[in-house]
Design a protein around this ligand. Structure first.
Ligand SMILES: *Cc1c(COP(=O)(O)O)cnc(C)c1O
Length: 282
């Protein structure tokens, strides 16, 4: 079963018009949330971001956030999802093809569950990354359906046997193609500040929160490719990748080429947080 506006229907019954603006223009936004033990992790923040993005591109969500929350949990229930993800998106809906917004837009919300397991093995061993020019548009703070810049970057990474492409604008590092990027130098964690050049990840917020709680110094300032190469530890993060250690960049080892202690620590802290509601029950 899938979510279609405010209805749960069978996937085969879902009908999206070929002139849906999401299909033709990428005119819409999306979210990916993780479900751990039946509970959506940090849903409020994901919905806040969805509202922000909708506002930025002038789309009115087809249902209230309260109704959306209820429907996302119904979706979990009818699909008997315990651990996995929900992908949901909102497009500006159908209108005869023409660039300006339609006079009376009918936004379309669709959502469905996926069951990809957590990437525990890769989180343990660490992964490779490459660096690439950030060719994306200048509103990377919007989680837009327009993902060509990210798709092309990720494809290049995969073709080179890497997990992620780390993007930079004129030598200033921004983020991964679908992840936020952190580097650690001399015990300090550094990541690009919020703004139009990166997507404000929820996992990024969680990591900053965890670091704060443990008095690990955090710097939210841009850093250069050169600084990235000289880092002691590097990791990327996202809803699906959690805290993913980067052990080589462009073929060169990060630090000593294995997963560093602070990255491990953050993985452990996040793990505790993900399953905290379970521990309380015991
Ligand atoms: C979704 C996304 C992230 C990660 O955000 P989370 O909320 O942590 O999943 C980072 N960068 C980009 C470009 C993204 O699209």
């Amino acid at each position: 079963m899938i979510l279609f506006n405010d209805q749960l229907i069978r996937r085969e019954e879902a009908r999206v018009d070929i002139e849906d603006r999401g299909y033709q223009f990428g005119d819409g936004i999306y979210e990916v949330v993780s479900v751990y033990e039946g509970k959506i992790f940090r849903l409020e923040e994901h919905l806040q971001r969805l509202s922000y993005c909708a506002g930025e591109i002038g789309i009115e969500l087809p249902t209230s956030l309260e109704v959306l929350i209820t429907n996302l949990y119904k979706l979990i229930e009818v699909n008997q999802l315990v651990n996995g993800q929900i992908y949901f998106q909102v497009t500006r809906g159908y209108a005869p093809r023409n660039h300006p917004f339609p006079a009376q837009p009918k936004p379309v919300l669709t959502g469905y569950v996926t069951r990809k397991p957590r990437p525990l093995e890769l989180m343990k061993t660490g992964v490779k990354a490459i660096t690439l020019d950030d060719i994306r548009w200048l509103r990377c703070d919007i989680k837009s359906l327009n993902l060509l810049g990210s798709v092309l970057a990720k494809q290049k990474a995969i073709e080179q046997g890497a997990f992620e492409a780390l993007l930079h604008r004129n030598g200033k590092v921004t983020e991964g193609s679908s992840t936020n990027l952190f580097m650690i130098k001399d015990g300090k964690i550094q990541t690009h500040p919020l703004g139009n050049l990166i997507l404000g990840g929820i996992t990024r917020i969680v990591i900053l929160e965890l670091a704060g709680q443990k008095n690990i110094p955090v710097i939210e300032e841009p850093f250069s490719l050169k600084e990235l190469y000289a880092a002691d530890e590097v990791f990327v993060c996202s809803t699906t990748s959690e805290v993913m250690p980067i052990i080589t960049i462009d073929g060169n080892p990060v630090g000593n080429g294995s997963v560093g202690p602070l990255t491990r620590k953050l993985q452990e802290l996040m793990e505790e947080m993900l399953f905290a509601h379970q521990e309380k029950v015991q």
